[in-house]
Design a protein. Structure first.
Length: 332
């Protein structure tokens, strides 16, 4: 039977109607495929989160955070939803909110690219530009309040963690019977901690490795290198709250993340974004240092697609040999 598409953009007249619409939108988020490949003596499985409607894993948390706000009573029909993001979360929050007849307001750094801003606008989002990066979260909270918006704040919102604990991780464990290592970049820490918690409950001994840019705060450094989608200058509250679930922190240089994109593309045909390239680079380091037994299954997440980063095309070339350095460790 054909699924009836929710009445996108229609303003619900009650909280119950909003929650019913959310249930229907939930049906088109998640249930993303996993592809597994034999790489030398190891199995690499990749969960393809770019299959989600707006192209990333953030659709899951946007739905959970908005639903949480509705259930707690702070957000009602026609209400306003705010978030600080110019990336994947911005697209997800704009899309979910607009679909529910809510007003999405996104706080975006003024130097964010016009491509990113246009995507947010296309998805129904209003943009408030942050011209001075030093203004911080209090400033954003005050502006959001002035506008009458509920600030979701993915960096501290526990529904971020919960979305991955209840959906991403459950799907993953149904799709991959034995997970020996889960390697994931940290932006807010929602994905890695949500999946890690479920892994700990069902398969106690999986190695959970957090991937972070070289010299980041999370790795005890000053916050030097950057990889898009991953945090460098802060250790987010969601990550801090659940950091006892993490076994290892693996630092990756931005150039290694690019090599990881090429390696993944040449070994599997999957075209993923830089955070996934960083995860592949980190997994390759773990394999190279003997942290994983031969025969292990390593899981990474393709949080988004390379298609979201047209500016990277000129820096990448399949067959350049850069990716081989990473892939060799899986075969030797
Ligand atoms: C492309 C990309 N990869 C990875 C992450 C990290 O996910 P999380 O915020 O769940 O740690 C993000 C988060 O912003 C992202 O946008």
């Amino acid at each position: 039977m054909l699924q009836r598409i929710p009445a996108y953009g229609r303003r619900a007249s009650s909280r119950e109607e909003l929650l019913a619409l959310i249930d229907r939108i939930r049906g088109i988020i998640g249930s993303t495929p996993v592809r597994c490949f034999q790489l030398g003596g190891y199995r690499l499985c990749v969960k393809l989160e770019y299959v989600n409607p707006t192209g990333s894993h953030k659709d899951r948390i946007a739905l959970y955070m908005v639903r949480g706000a509705i259930e707690s009573g702070v957000l009602g029909p026609g209400g306003c939803v705010a978030e600080v993001s110019s990336g994947n979360t911005a697209a997800s929050v704009a899309w979910i909110s607009w679909s529910l007849g809510l007003r999405p307001v996104l706080f975006v750094e003024s130097r964010a690219s016009e491509t990113k801003k246009s995507l947010i606008r296309m998805l129904g989002g209003e943009i408030v530009e942050i011209h001075d990066e030093g203004l911080g979260r209090d400033w954003v909270r005050e502006r959001a309040e002035e506008l009458g918006c509920v600030l979701l704040d993915q960096l501290s919102n526990e529904y971020n963690h919960l979305a991955h604990y209840e959906t991403t991780a459950v799907e993953l464990l149904n799709q991959v019977s034995q997970v020996d290592a889960f390697v994931m970049g940290v932006g807010t820490g929602g994905t890695i901690t949500g999946v890690a918690r479920r892994l700990r409950e069902s398969q106690g001994n999986a190695l959970v490795a957090a991937v972070t840019p070289r010299g980041s705060k999370l790795a005890g450094g000053p916050g030097a290198d950057t990889i898009e989608g991953l945090t460098s200058h802060t250790v987010p509250e969601v990550y801090q709250r659940h950091s006892s679930l993490i076994d290892r922190v693996v630092e990756v240089e931005s150039s290694e993340a690019l090599a990881g994109i090429e390696a993944l593309a040449s070994a599997t045909g999957i075209l993923a974004g830089p955070s996934t390239g960083a995860a592949l680079a980190a997994a390759s380091k773990l394999v190279a240092e003997g942290a994983l037994d031969t025969g292990s299954t390593v899981v990474i997440v393709a949080a988004d697609s390379l298609a979201r980063y047209p500016q990277l095309s000129s820096q990448l070339r399949l067959g350049s040999g850069r990716g081989d350095v990473l892939l060799n460790s899986w075969w030797s």
